[in-house]
Design a protein around this ligand. Sequence first.
Ligand code: NAD
Length: 450
Amino acid sequence: MQIAIIGSGYVGLVSGACFADFGHFVTCVDLDEQKITSLAAGKIPIFEPGLDNLVASNAEAGRLKFSTGLDAAVAEADVVFVAVGTPSRRGDGHADLSYVHAAARSIATALRGFTLVVTKSTVPVGTGDAVERIIAETNPGANFCVVSNPEFLREGAAIADFKRPDRIIIGIEDERAREVMAEVYRPLFLNQSPLLFVSRRSAELIKYAANSFLAMKIAFINEMADLCEAVDANVQDVARGIGLDGRIGAKFLNAGPGFGGSCFPKDTLALVKTAQEYGSPMRLVETTVAVNDERKRGMAQKVIAVCGGDVRGKTIAILGLTFKPNTDDLRESPSIAIISALQQAGASVRAFDPHGLDGARSIFSDVAFGADAYDAASGADALVIVTEWDTFRALDFGRLKQVMVAPVVVDLRNIYRGAELARHGFAYRSVGRPSEDREASLQAGREGRQ
Ligand code: NAD
């Protein structure tokens, strides 16, 4: 099967490489010439574990090509996937559909023979109808169907998610699309990944419902973490206690600095806007957005409090800038709001991230980037763990103590234990766990009982 992917970012590139690995012939198209030139030269412009090998092996096998020429790729395709960005529209929070609409116009004039145009981008309900209208108006003779096939991959685990998805959602309005889409995903039948055929509008909404529900879970456990701190309870125990209930599930119950990334913030906001527009407001999602915005700023206050209520003239070291580990994506990362609030409060910031530094240089100003965690911590009055990269999970606290001005750690991902840090002579604060003194006395109590 011949496939064209329009937009070769995180989703387009991973989808293209995986489809090629299934045995299809794929051309990944992008407007960005630099991106296409580096891809054609075997350089992957993003960090995603395993993607370099997957791209290289499929390019070598002749199943994966890269091009800025949309026309040729679309003309020979049986299926055209649209995987362009749908960021928040400046000013109102609606999804900006200008890239999707522009892609639809370009695709329309290039179509040859019966072709499926499949939206993989996350798009508000009704976008498939608009894409269909644009193509029909631009090229009245075109023979096509518009399908919705939202993507659920997670950055950092994108290939595994794409190849072994929990489910594949396919929204169709024309029965001719069913068989073609089944053929596209046929290799996944072996993994028994369920293919769920629904209406196009339902498919579009499923994506927003899924992301908003997960975002709500995170916002919930973060508020629970605040309550745990107030009552000296442990949010990790609470999360485990509720997560073992099959109706709730254990995932997305890690308290932390608030959700970020290229999806949850913009998708929750876009769903809020859609719901308002249709006169059916979603109060829970509205609150989730507000709680999360507040949380990121609140994390900076937590750091300031640990530093005695004033960070003027102090140096804060930040470990982890990306919105989660195993990606170089910094979009809407909590680190952005935290660093900006700390700087506004008068702190100097030093930072390190294993894969986010290139992107970080264009986002942050007045931040000194260290060569590693210890370099970033050098001369710092406090060290803040914002992203739980593996490399931060076994820090040498003896070495950190030597390079820091004051032994203070704020662990916003709960990867350490207070008692462990206390042994190294560090003051330690985490998220939603009993204060150090209480934890130490609990530990002493446990040891006394043994
Ligand atoms: P991205 O910004 O990384 O990539 C989009 C690419 O599309 C860019 O390279 C851009 O140059 C290209 N592009 C824009 N207009 C084009 C056109 N007319 N022709 C050719 N190329 C064009 O975006 P992304 O993170 O891959 O996200 C794409 C979509 O998938 C979004 O709607 C997003 O919400 C959704 N999504 C993203 C993820 C994720 O983890 N990143 C997961 C699921 C769904």
